[in-house]
Structures are given as structure tokens and as C-alpha cells.
Design a protein around this ligand. Sequence first.
Ligand code: RRO
Length: 299
Amino acid sequence: MPSLSVHVGGLDLCNPVLLAAGILGTTGASLCRAAEAGAGGVVTKSLGSVPRAGHPGPTIVQVECGLLNAMGLPNPSYRDFQDEIETARKGGVPVIASIFGSSAEEFAQIARGLRADAFELNLSCPHAEKYGSELGRYPDLVEAVTGAVKAASSVPIWVKLTPNTADILELGLAAQRGGADAVVAINTLKAMAIDIETGYPILGNRFGGLSGQAIKPVAVRSVYDLSSRLEIPVIGVGGITTWEDAVEMIMAGASCIQVGTALMKGYGVFEEIISGLSRYLERKSMTLEDLCGMAGRRS
Ligand code: RRO
């Protein structure tokens, strides 16, 4: 069987299929379960400096080919999450803490106070005032936040980018200038659903972020654009549901991938993607390295 182990963004991973932020990342037990189901690494739900209840409900609605959410960054604060990270570590794979703040200093404060194997900076949540893409759509702020966390911490720093911008490459280049070890593309697409009987927007927050199969082509294009120009690795996320999706994302230039919304099918999705990817590499007599960025080498 071909080796699936890979070194990405400062971490050694036993395979390139990770649990994405936000899905099943609210407890150490669920993170550990994802690791036991085969994930090569797990990312927590985003953590801030103070507890947040999140947006009023409904916070999630199923739409065509995906999910629309406006959870609103609910979390107990990083101060109350260290024990969950220690539990997650029992899964034996790297635990990446997703963190958010409203300023470079707030991000840095969390990075100084929390122990994890890496940090993923959430500069891309599309529906939280003062957070996420409200900072992350400005290249100078992306660079400043990345630089501040890099200076505050000794573990790898990944930066999760927003697709809600005219030019995601500008944001990736800014993260690279700030010293990021990898970029993660993409977070959810800003979107909305309306109940036609009442005329009300369905989500309590009115609009939210679209994830799932509907956004995969946007993610593939974003990863392709970023990996063509960046020197740091690109981690692909957005609508990956099958092993074929994983192959496509790696061909676009992703060094590893994350799975989120597809977990609605259950934890078995990790094993399905990993075994399908492995069989594909064997059939094609290729390595992961051969596959990575293949589409960019075809002219
Ligand atoms: O919590 C959320 O509402 C949320 C976050 Br932090 C994010 O990064 N992306 C998203 O779609 N929802």
C-alpha cells in the first residue's frame, strides 16, 4: 500500500485527511473519536478569549447540496478548553486549535495561553461582527494578525482564508508574509435562505455560511490559485465528501485536506476517503507527492 504519511505546515501527519474546524470539535471526546475513526489530525471549534453564546436560532438549515450555518462562534473560551485538548490528544494525532479574535493582540493572547500542536487562525467566519472575515478580508490585517501570533507562539501557524473576496491569492500572500506555515482554503461562503410562507430569513442571524458539496468547485479553484503562487502549503477544505473529491483537491494543489459537512454521514467518512485515496494511488502507481498540484502541471 502506498504511504499516506505527509509533513504539512510544520506537522507530521499519518494521513492527509483531517477533521475540519467547527464540526465535532466542541469536546475532547468527539475530537478523539474522529482521530480513532482515522483522521490524520483534528481541528477544534474556534475558540475566543471570552465565552460566547453564539447567534440566536435557528443556527443551521439544510439547503440544496449543503448546509447553511450561523452558529456565531459559540465557545467556552480558550481558558476552559485546555482539558478538552488534552483529552483529544489521546487520539494520537495532532490537535490543531482554531482561534479567533478581534485584533492581532487578542489572537496573540490566546496563542500565548493555550497549548496545542498548531493554531489555525480563523480570519474567515463570514457572519460575526468584528471577527473572522471582517478582519480577514484585508491583506494588511491578515499579515499583522499572522505576524503577531507567530511571534507569540512556537507551534505552527495555519491561516484559514475567506472565499468572500475578489482575490483570495492576495490574502494568501499576506498570510505568507506574516510567517504562516500553511494556509487553509476555504471557509464558508456568505449565503442566505428565506422561508417563502412567512417571508422571514430562516437563520436567526438572517445570513450565514454555506458549506458542503455546493462549494467544492469554489474551494478547488481557490486551492489551485493559491498553490500556484504560494511557497507555503495549501490545505484544502470545502465540500469534500468522497475519496474522488479528495483526489481532485490534492490535484488542485492541496498538500492535505479537511472534511467537515460530510461528517453528517458519520465518522466512517474518514475511512472511506483514506482507503479510496490509497487504492487510487496504488492503481495509478503514484505517490501523494506526484498527485499534489498535478492539475497545475498540465498545460
Ligand atoms: O461559528 C460559526 O458560526 C462559524 C465559524 Br466560527 C466559521 O468559521 N465558519 C462558519 O461558517 N461558521
